[in-house]
Ligand binder design. Sequence first.
Ligand code: ATP
Ligand code: MG
Length: 315
Amino acid sequence: MTTPVLSVENLGISSPHTSLVRNVSFTIRPGERVGLIGESGSGKSLTAMSIFGLLHEGLTATGSVTLAGVEQNIFAADEKTIAGLRGQKMAMVFQEPMTALNPTMRIGAQVAEAMTVHGASRSEANRRALELLETVDLPEPRRISRSYPHQLSGGQRQRVALAIAIANSPSLLICDEPTTALDVTVQARMLALIEEAVEATDSALLFITHDLAVVATICEYIVVMYGGELLETGKSTEIFENPRHPYTRALLAASALTPDEVTGKLPTIPDDLFSYRDFKASCPRCAGARHDTDEGTWIETETGGYACWHEEVLV
Ligand SMILES: Nc1ncnc2c1ncn2[C@@H]1O[C@H](COP(=O)(O)OP(=O)(O)OP(=O)(O)O)[C@@H](O)[C@H]1O
Ligand SMILES: [Mg+2]
């Protein structure tokens, strides 16, 4: 068996008073494309940010995240070590392209900097920057490279973010809802570019999306999260054909969970997500039903936890 590019073991994330993610374990092998799905608030972005070493202040992560060729658990590494991995071993494309761009710096300089920080010479980086802008299908790369982010469209900015992400051919590319903020007309092209980019750079892909049609076309494997836990993992074909959990079935019944028109995100099923421990007495999602006397509304997660599923609410 090949060594995984990414191993996430027993990941837990908590804020000072709440457990937000629990018991999440999965691996990604070289070149694999894995879709991470789940309703809004299920912990997808937190999982991605912890892998990328960018959890918000005040949140703590337990468990381990290891990358191929790096002995150390990311959670035990210092910021300098993680910064060395970011961009080189792993790269990320965020939902909002401005997250990755510096508004005061010309595009070409930003793409080049992604390579000079990892040791490339300035002249080589400038040359490669133009090539990369061309690779992500930006017209007139020379003109674009002299522009500032605000002079580009959202779709163009996201292409620049992708160019920066693939600049050092990372072994893992993480995309967190990379097309949600884009105009529908340019979403498909962006997805095609991501696919082309991971093929050209031989990167593995962790793709977070609410769009199950996208997962079906791009990803060979699926990880389903629910309430901060991993509910189901498997090959996309198998999960689409034969989802084991009622929750996954509901998620796949796209008509039941229509993305919000403004944010493009899947809505939560009524009420906030909560730890299964909190609703021993009564479940807010099921309007006060007691689960211990209400068989059939529990679903066991892959790691032995429990989550609420209520047919009438979900399907
Ligand atoms: N900095 C934070 N402090 C406290 N709680 C947080 C923080 N960031 C996220 N959370 C909470 O953790 C849970 C998971 O958030 P996360 O952003 O990972 O969800 P998500 O699955 O990415 O959802 P979406 O589809 O809306 O992007 C949510 O309930 C959220 O409110
Ligand atoms: Mg998110």
